[in-house]
Ligand binder design. Structure first.
Ligand code: MRU
Length: 349
């Protein structure tokens, strides 16, 4: 098995992000030195995936602190810029809230003391690194809980799964959420075949998931987006396993657009649905998925891919996410265990 891809690297007081838009053709790293650059990289999908967005934003705060020389007003502006970089994944807000708390606590405890500047910067960096390391720990725990549930669900010795978008090492602190479960189960010989949807329009499935599984030697078959119904109807899929960008208290799940379609199909054809996400993706402040802010992206992204000339305009309905109601989900797996959507609130009470 080859080494996992490293999407987020902190080195020499700079943030390096693998440009996920260029994969799989090229492995290029972009070096960032300020928060505005990080926010721009998040908006433009250089880095994507809910946990990876949160981790990058946390390092963005560290960059802001040094770049702005500790200036409270300018750093506060950078927090806002980072907060607005993408709306749906709540991990971004959880990470920024953690960094903000550390910053305020440190400012209060150090006052204007000599040497405070460097001490505060070090604490911010430690916190960003902790968020990244914890995410990997959560993924390992999710893989354990997820595989246990998959095994308990069947008498079969091996299963076939479908996944959507990219939820692997590229989208997280390492290993992955849904894809972490899938990869680990495949390495143990329990998952025998993975169908990865293309995931239009950004093709995270073809460009990243299929690439990542292939890179790690996991048997993967790329699935054209329109082929999911026929495939599920044929009985070739045991579980649909996906990630999440935000999960509300009632167990509704926002994830990459098309997840809802797949979950409806899964219900129709008796395929079970598992959602895997760390607690940093759970938003207990929202009662239901109707309250989740959904990102709508520009028409130019779609028209350009379709070959229209630059500047040509036409209305395009282009949501980046959709909300799958809890009723379509069998299990939600977090680092704390696997539960039915209705039990989520008591787990996080
Ligand atoms: O637009 P993206 O690529 O950021 O969307 C990513 C997804 O929807 C993922 O499924 C989700 O963030 C989980 S990543 C572990």
């Amino acid at each position: 098995m080859k080494k996992e891809l490293q999407p987020i690297i902190w080195e020499d007081a700079k943030l390096q992000l693998i440009d996920q838009r260029a994969l799989p053709a090229k492995e290029i790293y972009i070096t960032l030195e300020d928060a505005a650059g990080v926010a721009d990289a998040i908006t433009k999908m250089v880095v994507r995936g809910a946990p990876a967005i949160g981790i990058s934003a946390a390092y963005g705060v560290v960059l802001s602190y040094y770049h702005r020389q500790g200036n409270v007003e300018l750093i506060s502006q950078d927090f806002k810029t980072l907060e607005h970089s993408r709306p749906t994944a709540v991990n971004l807000h959880h990470a920024l809230a953690r960094l903000k708390k550390v910053w305020f606590d440190e400012l209060e405890s150090h006052g204007g003391a000599h040497g405070a500047f460097e001490a505060i910067g070090q604490r911010l960096l430690e916190e960003a690194k902790a968020i990244q390391a914890e995410d990997l720990e959560y993924n390992v725990a999710m893989a354990k809980h997820g595989i246990k549930s998959l095994k308990e669900s069947t008498e079969k010795q091996t299963i076939k799964v479908m996944t959507h978008c990219n939820t692997g090492s590229l989208a997280t602190g390492g290993l992955g959420t849904a894809l972490g479960i899938i990869k680990t189960a495949a390495h143990k010989g329990f998952v025998e075949h993975v169908y990865a949807t293309e995931t239009r329009p950004w093709l995270q499935g073809s460009r990243l998931t299929a690439f990542e599984l292939n890179y790690e030697g996991v048997p993967v078959q790329l699935l054209v987006e329109g082929g999911a119904a026929g495939l599920m109807a044929s009985g070739e899929v045991d579980w649909l396993i996906v990630g999440a960008d935000r999960i509300t208290a009632n167990g509704d799940v926002a994830n990459k657009v098309g997840t809802f379609t797949l979950a409806v199909l899964a219900k129709q054809f008796g395929v079970k649905v598992m959602v895997a996400a760390p607690s940093t993706t759970v938003d207990m402040s929202l009662e239901s998925g109707q309250q989740i802010p959904i990102e709508y992206r520009g028409s130019e992204e779609i028209l350009k891919a379709a070959g229209y000339a630059d500047g040509f305009d036409m209305p395009v309905y282009n949501p980046a996410f959709d909300v799958t109601p809890a009723a379509f989900i069998d299990l939600i797996v977090t680092e704390q265990g696997a539960v039915k959507p209705a039990q989520l609130a008591s787990l996080f009470a």
